[in-house]
Design a protein around this ligand. Structure first.
Ligand code: NAD
Ligand code: DAU
Length: 355
């Protein structure tokens, strides 16, 4: 049995689907259902005895201890977090509360449980903390991509909160011997991603006939990985990763934001052409840049490839086509998540950027 936190979010729900379809294990999902958590993502699993859901904050030590005592999972995969950089710029507090304080409290609960286990259960136990390449800061053009040994230099409140959580997890290994693993992954995309992030935002706004906001000059570079490939990597790290180690995850698929948006427009032009026959590229609108906007991220995934034998299955093109198709086919899901709270966020954030 494994316990996944943040399982109602984008990567978490993909990971639960991945786990239940590739193993026979039971999965426990602990999620407090923020604006980003959506049980519709897991509707197919309702009533499945191999899936158990608890609505709880990761910082609720008592609740987490009770769940651990009752179910005795062999591993925990910690995905619960506030995850959107722009929201962290508007209001960092929730990021510190969940990503830093919440992770610390989760570690305390897990350590208290783990310390009471017998020697063989202790040896087999794993705490996998899912983190981001943003902790490494911004790369200059032409600089080598981030390695596990790259120094931390987080630039946004989100990145700083994730960096702090990584350090806490590391400290629980060095100080208390908890068998932890840390992964730092690049930008994910795929089904169930909340349409505040670039790719689903662009698909949603393109189909709605709205401007496609590109921050600054559109030349910022991100390294893109299809979410199912990230899930496979997490499973592999849990199976074969060495406690105390860090693994960078990425597909060496660096693109400028303008390249990503243009490619999305072209795929939509084929799959769901505009009624007026023009290209979705006409909707592109350059808007005010993100403060402190990191220019470039890139991952060197040599370690996980060589040591654990993981490699991605999707290319950027195949992943983007699957993703676009999923959003076209799941318009009701999009309509449900773009509720009044979503509209408030769009008005607050893009209202300020309107040119
Ligand atoms: P998301 O925002 O879609 O989902 C986060 C989930 O965590 C939601 O279901 C939310 O309800 C839950 N949650 C938030 N605060 C919680 C709390 N205090 N207690 C319990 N549950 C809580 O995020 P995502 O994009 O799926 O990212 C998941 C993890 O992966 C995060 O830790 C993020 O930093 C990391 N990550 C994301 C990406 C990416 O591109 N999305 C890349 C690398 C790493
Ligand atoms: O690198 C991993 C990180 O990727 C994760 O840790 C984060 O949780 C995840 O949100 C993501 O962060 P980014 O800031 O890179 O993702 P986002 O989708 O918000 O933005 C991607 C790029 O697109 C970034 O350079 C900003 C730009 N952008 C974004 C939005 C929302 C725009 O140009 N316009 C937009 O409207």
């Amino acid at each position: 049995m494994v316990l996944i936190t943040g399982g109602a979010g984008f990567i978490g729900s993909n990971l639960i689907h991945y786990w239940t379809s590739t193993t026979t294990e039971t999965v426990i999902n602990v999620d407090n259902l923020t604006y980003a958590g959506n049980l519709q993502n897991l509707a197919e699993l309702a009533g499945d005895p191999r899936y158990i859901f608890f609505r709880s904050d990761i910082g609720n030590i008592q609740a987490i201890c009770q769940i651990l005592r009752k179910y005795r999972p062999r591993a925990i995969v910690n995905l619960a977090a506030e995850s959107h950089v722009d929201r962290s710029i508007h209001d960092p507090d929730a990021f510190i509360q969940t990503n830093v304080v919440g992770t610390l409290r989760l570690l305390k609960a897990v350590y208290s449980h783990w310390s009471a286990l017998g020697a063989s259960e202790q040896d087999e136990f794993r705490f996998l903390h899912v983190s981001t390449d943003e902790v490494y800061g911004s790369l200059e053009p032409g600089a080598p991509p981030f390695r596990e040994t790259t120094a931390y230099a987080p630039n946004s409140p989100y990145a700083a909160s994730k960096a702090a959580s990584d350090h806490l997890v590391r400290s629980y290994h060095r100080t208390y011997g908890l068998p932890v693993l840390i992964t730092n992954c690049c930008n994910n995309y795929g089904p169930y991603q909340f349409p505040e992030k670039l790719i689903p935002l662009i698909i949603h706004r393109a189909l709605a006939g709205k401007p496609l906001p590109i921050y600054g000059d559109g030349g910022n570079v991100r390294d893109w990985l299809y979410v199912a490939d990230h899930c496979a990597a997490l499973q592999r790290v849990l199976e074969r990763g060495r406690p105390g180690e860090v693994y960078n995850i990425g597909a060496s698929s660096e693109k400028t934001n303008l390249e990503v948006v243009h490619r999305l427009c072209d795929i939509l032009d084929e799959g769901k052409p505009r009624r007026d026959g023009k290209s979705y590229r006409e909707q592109v609108a350059f808007v005010k840049d993100r403060p402190g906007h990191d220019r470039r991220y890139g991952i060197d995934a040599t370690k996980i490839q060589r040591e654990l034998g993981w490699k991605p299955q999707e290319t950027f093109e195949s992943g983007l086509r699957k993703t676009t198709r999923w959003y076209i086919d799941n318009q009701q899901w999009v309509a449900d998540v773009t509720s009044s709270a979503y509209r408030d966020w769009i008005a607050l954030h893009y209202g300020e950027r309107a040119g």
